[in-house]
Design a binder for this molecule. Structure first.
Ligand SMILES: *Cc1c(COP(=O)(O)O)cnc(C)c1O
Length: 358
């Protein structure tokens, strides 16, 4: 069985070394020394000014929306993981979908202005599959209409835009360190901002609003993460250069062996550094996508219709997003993970080509 993705695991010895420290300190959670160390190491590794390590990538979006005091309508993408949209609804705001660009799979900035109303408070856009959005265009629209900007960077670990970490853009960028992501801490996430006042507010929000043991600064929630999760992050971070290198090699190998497959690839934005996190392919028709999916599944290979359905089909939203609906029905993400072998990639390519030629 070849799954669509497989979490990276370091050696058990390396993780155990951190556990020994946790046992001797008896400090398991509540912003302990390993959480602090992970935040410092991540800042260094990513070259960012500020970040807060959180329980997961969904609470990160929820805290971002709360911290910016968003109300009313939030313009967002229908082509993302469900958490991007459901967090908007969870926070009592209304998602307004703007269709995606058919080449980049990211929200189409040309269509954003048409969707802005007197009730619009923000734009929440996902850097889909790690391909940075057209950030310059989104920022310009946001400035012109006094809107806040949140980027969902759950796929974007290690990417950059115009020579800066993609996490440094928008009022806030969020990310996920879930086990299936390129860099993970089992469960985990983070918020990034370059604005010290917003950072401070989110730091209170992460810990129930606690300002010392007996004082509170605003309403908070439990957004913290534990020493055990931070330990996994600290060990995994040591492997990131190797993980990026292997992922790139696997990605380029797929490009080579699938060059005769009649599918469309995601077009990457200009002036970026990419992380090769996923391998999405868009078929000419939904039938071809589904017959390929079946053929791979029969042969024990996991594929995901990622992202299907388009979020505009959720029953708590509406929106006219034909491009997203169409790509969503025809896209598959094929396996790509650290221990995937070239032989396995060859087998996947053979099955895809055979299905196409049948
Ligand atoms: C994974 C993911 C999330 C949610 O992250 P969790 O850590 O699982 O809560 C949000 N948005 C996108 C685009 C994701 O892929």
């Amino acid at each position: 069985m070849i799954p669509v993705t497989k979490p990276f695991l370091p050696t058990q010895d390396e993780y155990q070394a951190y556990l020994n420290g946790i046992w001797s300190r008896n400090w398991l959670t509540n912003n302990g020394p390993l959480v602090n160390e992970l935040e410092l190491k991540l800042k260094e590794y990513l070259g960012v000014n500020h970040l807060l390590y959180l329980g997961n990538g969904t609470i990160a979006i929820q805290i971002a929306i709360k911290a910016l005091e968003l109300r009313g309508e939030i313009i967002t993408t229908p082509f993302s993981y469900v958490a991007t949209t459901s967090s908007i609804v969870w926070e009592g705001c209304s998602p307004v979908f703007v269709d995606i660009d058919e080449n980049t799979f990211n929200i189409d900035p040309k269509k954003i202005e048409l969707a802005i109303t007197a009730n619009t408070s923000a734009i929440l856009a996902t850097h889909c599959f790690g391909n940075p959005c057209d950030i310059a265009a989104i920022d310009e629209i946001a400035r012109k209409h006094s809107l806040k900007v949140i980027f969902d960077g759950a796929h974007s670990f290690g990417t950059s835009y115009e020579n800066k970490s993609v996490f440094e853009y928008g009022d806030i960028t969020t990310t996920s360190f879930h086990a299936t992501k390129l860099f993970h801490t089992i469960e985990g996430g983070a918020v990034f901002t370059t604005k010290p006042d917003i950072l401070k507010k989110m730091a209170f929000m992460r810990n129930f609003g606690h300002d010392g043991p007996e004082k509170f600064n605003g309403i908070g929630i439990n957004g913290k993460n534990s020493e055990f999760h931070a330990a996994m992050g600290l060990v995994n971070l040591r492997y990131m250069d190797e993980i990026f290198a292997v992922r790139k090699r696997q990605f380029l190998y797929y490009d080579k062996i699938l060059k005769n497959l009649r599918v469309r690839k995601q077009k990457l934005n200009k002036d970026i550094v990419y992380n090769y996190a996923y391998y999405p392919i868009v078929f000419e028709s939904e039938e071809l996508a589904l017959s390929s999916l079946r053929e791979l599944e029969i042969n024990g290979i996991g594929v995901r219709r990622y992202f299907y359905p388009s979020l505009s089909s959720l029953d708590y939203t509406d929106g006219h997003t034909p491009v997203s609906d169409s790509i969503s029905s025809r896209i598959l993400c094929i396996p790509i993970y650290h221990t995937l072998s070239q032989e396995e990639q060859d087998m996947i390519a053979r099955l895809l080509l055979r299905t196409q030629n049948n």
